[in-house]
Design a protein around this ligand. Structure first.
Ligand SMILES: NC(=O)c1ccc[n+]([C@@H]2O[C@H](COP(=O)([O-])OP(=O)(O)OC[C@H]3O[C@@H](n4cnc5c(N)ncnc54)[C@H](O)[C@@H]3O)[C@@H](O)[C@H]2O)c1
Length: 403
């Protein structure tokens, strides 16, 4: 049994974290139901689960279900998205090994991911594939790798990395993002609402009448565009895929190339799942006073080193807003330091949506814990029975008025 180590901002914040969790728990009926089942069936008895997922209240309520199922847990989050009070509550009240701070740097994040793996988990639940990359490509973790019997991966970007950057799988990974339930309900509706909410909350700006550009019209981009339009914004879509641009046009949006639309956009949002969607040359084209934010998994969608090179001065002007004075005389505002704006400047996806997403995670992890021997190594989709089961339970909860 590894030592009980952790790294959080301040354990004295635990009571605030517990209060946040109370509000959320009452609105997560599907995960609550799974917790009751896990208390009886104990699918994770004697197992350790190593997790990389935003350390915030919805995740914490999900961890109650996993610990009720017998799991010991070590978790890290992502830069900019940790709720320090929730991290404190998990350590102080639930004896979860947490390695996460709201203001951690990317290098610290990688160090924290390594510390999660060092606890030698049986299962991993990943978000962006950082735990996978360490376990499967770094010789220092060969011992940890040999203990892992299965994994999940939450995101679009993580799914790309698993399929493009990693070979030599030794365990099965269920990619939660491959489910229709996640892509439609979470990515489209959840991300759509929460990204626009994060922008409004941290800036107090009016969306109506703004010229907005969404870069990437996948599941998330479609949702963001839909909510922006609903609030009266003019929305232009930029996407590298011609069929996707045609789809956006048919949906009634303007479509354009980046260089055409950036000089007139008030608000620009990247959500492609790929690095370098906005490069240095694009940044120089932005309109004076433009707001820039990222809703994708990693801040690398925006060329931040390029932005710094173009700027003679940069400083925070509000908690989640940075101001950059460019050498060309323009001023650009960057929200949430280019971390996912719905998490860094808001509370992340809506509670009900994450109830569904974390139910998919729960049943997928239980499926791995009990049935990993019959699954092939490598990335794979969520079993259809699990997806259907979660859809049935969620619809029942939402239509019966159950909180
Ligand atoms: N913030 C959140 O809460 C949250 C939640 C879910 C997913 N995500 C992340 O959002 C990102 C997008 O996810 P998705 O499910 O919409 O992905 P997706 O693959 O469905 O869509 C991405 C779109 O971007 C386009 N694209 C790719 N590179 C581009 C480029 N350089 N310029 C313009 N368009 C480009 C693709 O053609 C595609 O249409 C991922 O990083 C995902 O992990 C964030």
């Amino acid at each position: 049994m590894p030592d009980f180590t952790y790294e959080v901002e301040d354990t004295a914040l635990a009571q605030q974290g517990l209060e946040r969790m109370d509000w959320v728990r009452e609105r997560m009926p599907v995960v609550r139901g799974i917790k009751e089942e896990f208390t009886r069936t104990r699918p994770f008895a004697g197992m350790r689960i190593g997790i990389c997922l935003h350390v915030e209240a919805k995740t914490a309520v999900w961890l109650e279900a996993l610990t009720s199922g017998g799991a010991d847990i070590a978790i890290t989050g992502s830069p900019g998205t940790t709720q320090d009070e929730v991290a404190a509550a998990l350590v102080a009240e639930y004896r979860v090994q947490v390695f996460a701070r709201k203001n951690e740097t990317f290098d610290q994040h990688l160090d924290y991911a390594a510390r999660v793996l060092a606890t030698e988990p049986d299962l991993i639940a990943d978000n962006g594939a950082d735990l996978h990359v360490l376990a499967l490509t770094n010789a220092d973790f060969s011992g940890a790798r040999s203990k892992i019997i299965g994994a999940t991966e939450e995101t679009t970007t993580g799914g790309f990395r698993l399929r493009e950057e990693i070979a030599g799988y030794t365990f099965p990974t269920i990619v939660i993002n491959d489910s229709r339930a996640k892509r439609i309900i979470e990515n489209r509706y959840g991300v759509g609402q929460s990204v626009v909410d994060g922008i409004m909350r941290c800036s107090n700006l009016l969306i109506g009448g703004k010229r907005t550009t969404v870069i990437g019209y996948g599941a998330c981009g479609q949702g963001i565009a839909r909510y922006l339009r609903g609030l009266g914004a003019h929305v232009t879509i930029v996407d590298i895929d011609p069929l996707t641009r045609l789809e956006a046009h048919t949906e009634g949006y303007d479509t354009a190339e980046l260089h055409e639309v950036l000089p007139t956009s008030d608000l620009v949002i990247t959500v492609t799942g790929r690095p370098g969607a906005l490069k240095r040359d694009h940044l120089a084209l932005l309109k004076d006073g433009a707001v820039l934010c990222n809703a994708g998994m990693f801040e690398t969608e925006i060329d931040l080193p390029g932005l710094r090179e173009l700027s003679s001065e940069s400083r925070p002007v509000m908690p989640d807003i940075g101001r950059f004075k460019l050498d060309n005389g323009k001023t650009i505002y960057l929200f949430g330091e280019a971390n996912s704006v719905n998490l860094s400047a808001g509370d992340g996806n809506p509670i009900e949506v994450m109830d569904l997403g974390l139910a998919l995670q729960s049943l997928s992890l239980a499926h791995l814990a009990t049935g990993y021997r019959s699954l092939p190594a490598g990335p794979q989709t969520v079993p259809r029975e699990i997806e259907n089961e979660v859809a049935v339970r969620t619809l029942r909860a939402w239509t019966s008025g159950q909180k």
